[in-house]
Design a binder for this molecule. Structure first.
Ligand code: FEO
Length: 396
């Protein structure tokens, strides 16, 4: 339990061990935190809990420092298990305590826990008086679930933003100014790229709505990672930048390969790009050896994605297929793309990748390039020329 503002406490859990999140879907190289907050005034409110494996220690810790019976209100900004996982154990001790959440939060919490707790559904602008301070609720649907909401604490000017502005970063340091900035922003952009990209339009609208309220924000308390106390609006500015069809002067070449033919094509294409534009950053990833969430982050940062697979069984390699499914759901906007790959017989891979790009927010730069069997010097020269063409078509 750590005091972060007058009578406002962090009561969460630092999970240094976590390496996979959302099942095995999201890599967490630096662990994470599940941030829960307690606000004391004439009334006491608990904002969010922790992931269910830590429910026991969470409730015990809370009871040791503040008698749980003294909690008057529970706020569930979001029903996903990493934040609601402590509720069941907590509510055993205070079964009648009201739980404030959105209407969708009620549906989701009932769906997860099958309990008829004392739900108090709230909408944007609804207020809960704690005495001198108030909690003001702001619905934030699809940031990142339909039930998500923010809570704003008056007097202390704290925005409890749940997943928005978070990062999977385990730290005992608690605040943004006390951690390694490169690690912090790497985890923040990875979080945005892998979780919030499909909702970028809503991110822009929600930030505009928050700004239109004209309320001061002295601290942003997300539900994962550090609390933004030093220039808290810096992460809001970053989110606006990332939400606005973010692109750096970078091209990502992502491929899988069987006998290194498609790998050699990737390298030749990279050589061609570099020869035509010495300012562009080119990064190559063999997707079957790479962390997919890190590669998604690099695609998010790129202006173009070149995706390669040899043809196998009239199709593409499974690691490339899995990656295509990953980027399909993320709905990138205004990115360019092209396909490449070797073949021996029928040669469908390039066309299949091109088809996969359709409707996924990628603009095809070319019909793609194929190489028969093991690419010879002439094939590799064509790949270099292909790279030069890509560089010219994507030059900033
Ligand atoms: Fe959407 Fe951190 O859970």
């Amino acid at each position: 339990m750590k005091e972060i503002r007058k009578n406002v406490y962090w009561v969460g859990k630092v999970d240094w061990e976590l390496r996979k999140f959302h099942g095995d879907e999201y890599s967490t190289h630096r662990g994470t935190t599940y941030n829960s907050y307690l606000v004391k005034d004439e009334k006491t409110a608990l904002i969010d809990t922790v992931w269910s494996p830590f429910a026991g220690e969470f409730v015990e810790h809370l009871d040791r420092h503040v008698s749980i019976a003294k909690i008057d209100y529970v706020i569930a900004n979001h029903a996903e298990i990493d934040h609601s996982g402590g509720l069941a154990k907590l509510m055993e001790k205070i079964p009648d305590t009201p739980i404030y959440c959105t209407n969708n939060g009620v549906k989701s919490l009932k769906g997860h826990y099958h309990m008829n707790w004392n739900f108090m559904p709230v909408k944007t602008g609804d207020k809960l008086s704690l005495g001198k301070k108030e909690l003001v609720f702001i619905e934030a649907p699809l940031l990142h679930w339909p039930d998500s909401m923010f809570s704003y604490l008056t007097e202390e000017n704290v925005l409890f933003s749940n997943d928005a502005f978070g990062q999977h970063l385990a730290t005992e340091m608690l605040y943004n100014d006390l951690v390694d900035q490169a690690e912090l922003f790497q985890e923040a952009i990875k979080y945005y790229a892998n979780i919030l990209t499909p909702f970028s339009g809503l991110v822009e609208k929600k930030i505009a709505e928050l700004r239109s309220l004209g309320v001061p924000v002295d601290m942003i308390c997300p539900s994962h990672g550090v609390i933004w106390r030093d220039n808290p609006m810096q992460i809001v500015t970053k989110y606006l930048e990332w939400a606005s069809n973010y692109r750096e002067n970078q091209i990502a070449i992502v491929y899988d390969t069987m006998w290194n033919g498609t790998k050699r094509m990737a390298e030749a294409i990279a050589k061609g790009i570099e020869s035509a534009d010495d300012k562009v950053t080119v990064k190559l990833f063999n997707i079957s050896h790479s962390d997919k969430n890190d590669v998604v982050t690099e695609v998010f940062k790129s202006k173009a994605l070149l995706l390669g697979s040899p043809t196998i069984n009239r199709g593409i390699l499974s690691a490339v297929a899995g990656f295509m499914e990953e980027i399909r759901g993320l709905k990138f906007r205004e990115k360019k793309a092209a396909a490449f790959g070797t073949y021996g017989w029928s040669g469908e891979s390039v066309d299949m990748i091109n088809k996969g790009f359709e409707g996924d927010g990628f603009e095809l730069l070319a019909g793609g390039i194929k190489a028969l069997w093991n690419p010879d010097d002439e094939s590799l020269k064509k790949c270099e020329e292909f790279g030069q063409e890509i560089a010219k078509k994507t030059k900033f």
